[in-house]
Structure formats: C-alpha cells, structure tokens
Design a binder for this molecule. Sequence first.
Ligand code: ATP
Ligand code: MG
Length: 460
Amino acid sequence: MTTSPARILVVDDEKLIRWSVGERLQRGGYEVVSAESGEEALEAVASRPPDLMLLDVRLPGIDGLLTLQRALVQAPELAVIMMSAHSTVDIAVEAMKHGAIDFLVKPFPFQALDAAVERALTAARTRRQIEALTQERRGGGEALSALVGHSPGMEQVRAMVSRLSGSDATTVLVEGESGSGKEVVARAIHFSSGRAERPFLQVNCAALPEHLLESELFGHERGAFTDAHAQKRGLFESAEGGTVMLDEIGDLHAGGQAKLLRLLENKTFRRVGGVSELRADVRVLAATNVNLEQRVSEGRFRADLFFRLNVVRIVLPPLRDHPEDVPALCVHFIARFNEEMNGRVKGVSSAAMQLLQAHRWPGNVRELRNAVERAFILHAGVEELRPEHLTPELRGAAVAARRPEKPAAVAPDGLLLEDVERKLIQEALERSSGNQSRAARLLGISRDTLRYRLKKHGMG
Ligand SMILES: Nc1ncnc2c1ncn2[C@@H]1O[C@H](COP(=O)(O)OP(=O)(O)OP(=O)(O)O)[C@@H](O)[C@H]1O
Ligand SMILES: [Mg+2]
C-alpha cells in the first residue's frame, strides 16, 4: 500500500482560513494544497485529485455547490467536506445530497476540523476497500483463489503469482493465447499485492489508433491537438498507487514504446503536449498473445523495452495442454452459473466430460466458460450436463452428422431473411432473460453487432 500522507485541498477565498486550516492540517501530518476559487480548485483536482477537499460554500465565480458537483464528475472517489458560514448551512446540507461527506460551520474549533478530516478519510478508505473487494468478487473472484486448476502448468503460474505478492513494483510480462487467463492472472497479482486498494486499470494497446492511445495512457494538455479542448489525465495518472495492465503490448507503436520505456526507467512521463515531468507510481503488467521476442527480432518491438518488461515472465499454457484442469474449471463455472442463473446443475455425465477433455479449445478457458454458460441458458433446469447439452462442434463432427440440426423450413410463400433474423434475436433475448451479452454469445456474434442489429430492427 502507498503510505504517503493524505493530500488535502483547502478551498476558500479568505486567505486567513486557507492559512490557518492549512497550517493545522500540515501539523497533523497531512500534505496540503490550497485554492482561492472554484475554478482553481477544479484545475487542481483535474491535474491531481487530492484524497480530501475542504470546500467553502460561498466562493467568487462558480460557487461551492457547483464546484463540488464538477469535482465529483472528475474524481468520483474524492471525499469532500463543505465549510459554511451560518447563513449558508442550507446549501451545505444540499451539498451532502450531491455527495459531500460532511460539513463544518465556520468558525469551527480545530478539534472539530481534526475529527471531521479523520472521519472523512476513513470513510473514503473504507469505500475503496469495498470497491476493491467487489471488484475482486466480480467474475467469480479475481484474487489468487480465482485461479482454478492444479495441473503442473497452473501450479507454476500460481507459485509465481504468490511469490510476486511480496513485491509491489515488479513489472511482469504475462504471455498466453487468447482466453487463457491473462487477465485473471493480472488481477490476481494486483489484488494480492499491497496495491489492492488502489485502482486496477487496463487498456488494450491494439484497440486504439496511435494518438488516442497515447493520450489515453499519458493524458494530454489542453490544446495538444485539435480535439484537446481540456486537459485530460491519462491512465498512469488515474491509476496512481495501483496497477496498469497493458493488453496486447506487442501492438504498442514506436512512440508509445519510447514513452513507456521512459516511464519504467525514470518513473516519470509527460502528458501529450506537456512540458512538465510528472511522477508515476504505478506497477505495469504487460500481456501479450504473440511472441514478443519474435517481434523484437523483426524490429517491430524495442529490445530494451522488452528486457525492461520481461523482469518476470508468466506463461499461461493453452487449455489443450492441461486437459486435466477441465473438470475443475467446469465445476467452477457450474457453481458460478448456478448462483447467477438459479441453476440446478449437480454434475457432468462422464460422456460429456470425455468430450470436454478431448476438445482442443482454440478459445481456451473462455471458450469452456461459454460452453457451460450456453448449456445453462439453453437447457435451464437440467441437473446433469450431458452431451446433448453441448454444441454440435463439441459433440464432434461424427455425432453432428448423425443427428443433423433441423434446418429452418422455408414457408411455401417464401420468408424474409430479415424476419428470421428478428425472430432469432428475439428468441435469444428471451432465453437469456434480456441479457444482451448472453444473447450475443448464443447467436455467436459480438455484443456490438447485436446492438447494431437491434437498432436496425427497431428493437432496441
Ligand atoms: N485459471 C482460470 N481459472 C478460472 N477462470 C479462468 C481461468 N483462466 C481463465 N478463466 C476465465 O476465462 C475467461 C477468459 O480469461 P481472461 O479474460 O483472463 O483471458 P485472456 O488471456 O486475458 O484473453 P484475451 O487474450 O482474449 O484478452 C474469463 O472469464 C476468466 O475468468
Ligand atoms: Mg485479456
């Protein structure tokens, strides 16, 4: 955990208040910054959100209430205590509806200030812990316990992750085919480290064009490029104290590679269009499903960056190389879907298990999860998963040939493809109780494609 003192922003147009409150807090061991107006406060929050803001209600320019609302949009986790004169107590109460934690009526004794600050910081910390735990639980638990499988390959991965829990800064390269569990491992590393209460953020380096990715990662200054109307904090700033996972690192362009190397070596970076050096306290976890060494030898990835990332390497085996983990993974997903979908599945028939273990799983664990999920959706209420609950593909080509799926009949007077599509979508949505991600998986299309089609048919 980062043990640096809490940073408190004091916002008041009266110099005496800024000074006396600031002095008191500094003596209490806090780091204090101050602002004279709402505008100035918002700038400070945008460039680096404090842990706590003490905010006067009556301010020149934009008032305290508006400042509060805008600040919380920029930094939703920010704890805010309003400071109000007697005449503005009503507004302070109103502010609490908008997310302020507490208010102090001026003039207040220092003891009251100390107590309110302590309470607000504790409340903010608790909120972060709950968020961390919820994130950890989401998706069936993401800490070490979420890593299912005791094959030698998975044991090696587990051992690596737990060895890493003692070091909070080590850069790790996670390698593995798509769906093999790279994100599960990254989360396990984050949530078992001292950084668990700070953010875990990730970005897919292949998903954004060069300039957008750079501003996403490092932020940008106002006016850095045509659309940069305001200053923006990047991922490395938002994840302060936490972990950033860079997915598909092999696709990071040359400019991004240079900036990342600098960040890893000097712990500093610049926003796009910025001149000042900012410090970054983040751990970087890089993931790749391509062979990075090969990219290095092809001259597409910097060798120095590769070495810097490759401090510790974790290689996830493809599922076809550890079929002995398939039963445990099945149990894990069945338990999860029983809970999520009120299922009643108690077991898997041995014929079905044989099929599952024989499959090559090109989509790895994700494909297995989808297969189990599909069985739950299409065969609600079954107590045992049997071969007929699996896809024809899983049942094997031979089985599929013997029992062909009945093709949809074309009515004598013809049938519009559009209507068929609409019906299929409707059915998929019904079977998945309206859950679009699930319906999309049933249809074998992405969620975005489903959304597009819903729109097209006027269904969404
Ligand atoms: N060892 C494991 N134990 C439990 N669940 C796992 C395991 N490995 C993967 N999963 C599950 O499989 C799915 C895919 O895993 P994950 O997203 O981590 O894959 P990935 O390697 O990051 O894939 P991609 O390269 O496509 O990003 C997730 O639902 C994850 O929870
Ligand atoms: Mg992933």
